[in-house]
Design a protein around this ligand. Structure first.
Ligand code: AMP
Length: 281
């Protein structure tokens, strides 16, 4: 059985022991409710590193008012089993008080890259993410940390934070894992009714259309977004939060695709907000 540590001292001790034994350390930060998307990161870490830590923490500072913090799915026992089977040695599952004790006052903010896409729609979200990830890095001291392309903006922001703050950690970003019908795996997919689950494939279908248009040499962002919008709006219970194309590194808005572009969308299917993306070029 994988060891579950709830406190910081215990985690530091376990990681230090692994290090003394000459092992490299990989970290996979998660909010739990683990699925194949998370487990692909755990397996990658276990393949690269001698010791893999999976953090499971539903981080309140990255949720906005009225978002799903309280009802976010939780199941530590099952998560520990899944992570262990995928090759993790340690689960770090702190309480909120452990991570944010009374008097907590310090945050990490990345500028500009957090302005658009999900950053514009979820104020403060990425400040919460970069803060908790910095804390997890300081607690677990990994050589490498693993993130999913599913959260493309998050991956770009964390890479930039690591570069800007000279953190000695390699960031590895792995491809989005999908259900057989293309829906990106997400802990939030659990919220979908059967009817919504069928409609939810429209995100992937819209992205596939974007890829097709790009392959047909369409470079106009306006044209691509218009066609994606039509695909999403054809579903009854969808509401578009955003559909955008931005420079894949700077995340700045573009009108024509002349360099690698991140095409990303966020869509409410019923009450559930889903995101997905593809890189073109
Ligand atoms: P979360 O638990 O949603 O915070 O996600 C934890 C990590 O798993 C993040 O780096 C996500 O990008 C990654 N992840 C979530 N879903 C997927 C997926 N479908 N494919 C690949 N990585 C994923």
């Amino acid at each position: 059985m994988t060891y579950v540590a709830r406190d910081i001292v215990e985690t530091r001790r376990a990681v230090a022991e692994a290090r003394t034994a000459g092992k490299t350390v990989g970290l996979v930060p998660t909010m739990g409710a683990l699925h194949e998307g998370h487990l692909s990161l755990v397996r990658a870490s276990a393949a690269d590193c001698g010791y893999t830590v999976v953090s499971v923490f539903v981080n309140p500072t990255q949720f906005g008012p009225g978002e799903d913090l309280e009802r976010y799915p939780r199941g530590l026992e099952n998560d520990a089993k899944l992570a262990g089977d995928a090759g993790a040695e340690l689960i770090f599952a702190p309480t909120t008080d452990t991570m944010y004790p009374a008097g907590y006052a310090t945050y990490v903010e990345v500028e500009r890259l957090t302005d658009g896409l999900c950053g514009a729609r979820r104020p403060g979200h990425f400040r919460g993410v970069t803060t908790v990830v910095t804390k997890l890095f300081n607690i677990c001291k990994p050589d490498a940390a693993y993130f999913g392309q599913k959260d493309a903006q998050q991956a770009v922001i964390i890479k930039r934070m690591v570069r800007d703050l000279d953190l000695d950690i390699e960031i590895r970003v792995l491809p989005t894992v999908r259900e057989p019908d293309g829906l990106a795996m997400s802990s939030r997919n659990e919220y979908l009714s059967a009817e919504e689950r069928l409609q939810a494939t429209c995100l992937y279908r819209a992205l596939q259309r974007a890829e097709e248009l790009y392959a047909e040499r369409v470079r106009s962002v306006g044209r691509i977004i218009a066609e994606m919008t039509a695909i999403v709006e054809a579903e009854r219970d969808t509401r578009i939060d955003y559909i955008s194309a931005v420079d894949a590194e700077e995340l700045s808005p573009i009108e024509e695709i002349t360099a690698p572009a991140l095409v990303a969308l966020a869509v409410f299917v019923g009450e559930t907000r889903l995101i997905d993306n593809v890189v073109l070029g």
